[in-house]
Design a protein around this ligand. Structure first.
Ligand code: ZN
Length: 263
């Protein structure tokens, strides 16, 4: 897999940065070179709710050099139970501005771009030309299918997460030969769609799923371990069980199948 960060200039890390990221640099497979790769990386986070807040804070702390944040919503009181980058003083502000302010305090090294807009096919096309990978942290199937189609078209890796009640799921789409896309998975859900507005969600569940999305992103950027591509991780908080299922490509998938539907 090639990333745009491979061809961006890599600046030497300062003494402060070597110390700040020491616990990560000392990991086998990261080292100073890996940390410099993260500093050159640019990640798009779509959705700054529970998943996006958790994922973005770890990407920023881990030293990802550039984050672009996209969300059209504003901070509401009901968000504060689980969306860790927002706070009462920023109620009513666009979520991306609230999250950008919090991230800049967590790690001033991280360059944050905030776009207070809903993702559309057009604006995604522009953003995907710039970024190394995308985290889908949205909460509805229409947005997820839109992001999936855009990432599939641009061949930009996509890390998808979802959380509801005490349940979560994570998968990674890297567009290798024979690999599935998000639409291969979402077709299994039928027409039923619950949101955490109706069904509720326990605060740490979004933190868990968002953290796993951040981990998969760092693994891809560093080419570390085995990504969750072609697999679906299911989390059941009620029983404390994690399960990984094979996720096959569906030949009739409207996005990645042999006869894609007209756009
Ligand atoms: Zn598909």
């Amino acid at each position: 897999m090639t990333f745009k960060h491979d061809t961006r200039p890599r600046l030497p890390l300062s003494d402060q940065q070597l110390l700040r990221y020491h616990r990560q640099i000392s990991l086998k497979g990261v080292d100073i070179d890996g940390q410099a790769q993260l500093a050159a990386a640019h990640v798009l986070v779509v959705g700054l709710g529970g998943l996006g807040c958790a994922a973005a804070q770890y990407l920023a702390l881990a030293g990802v050099g550039r984050l672009s944040l996209v969300d059209g919503d504003r901070v509401e009181l009901t968000n504060l139970q689980r969306q860790v980058l927002h706070e009462a003083a920023r109620l009513g502000q666009p979520k991306v501005h609230s999250a950008a302010a919090a991230i800049s305090r967590l790690n001033p090294d991280c360059q944050v771009s905030a776009m207070a807009a809903m993702a559309t096919a057009d604006n995604l096309t522009d953003w995907l030309a710039e970024v190394d990978l995308v985290l889908d942290c949205t909460d509805n199937r229409a947005s997820r299918n839109l992001i999936n189609a855009a990432c599939h078209g641009a061949r930009v890796p996509l890390i998808s997460g979802a959380a509801i009640r005490l349940e979560g799921q994570v998968s990674v789409f890297t567009w290798g030969a024979g690999e599935p896309c998000y639409a291969c998975l979402s077709r299994l859900f039928g027409d039923q769609e619950l949101s955490c507005v109706e069904a509720g969600v326990l605060a740490p569940v979004v933190g868990l799923v968002g953290s796993l999305q951040a981990m998969e992103a760092l693994k891809l950027l560093l080419r570390l371990g085995q990504p969750l591509s072609g697999r679906l991780l299911l989390i059941d908080g009620l029983t404390g069980q994690f399960e990984t299922l094979a996720l096959p490509r569906h030949p009739g998938c409207p996005c990645c199948g042999q006869a894609p539907a007209a756009a």
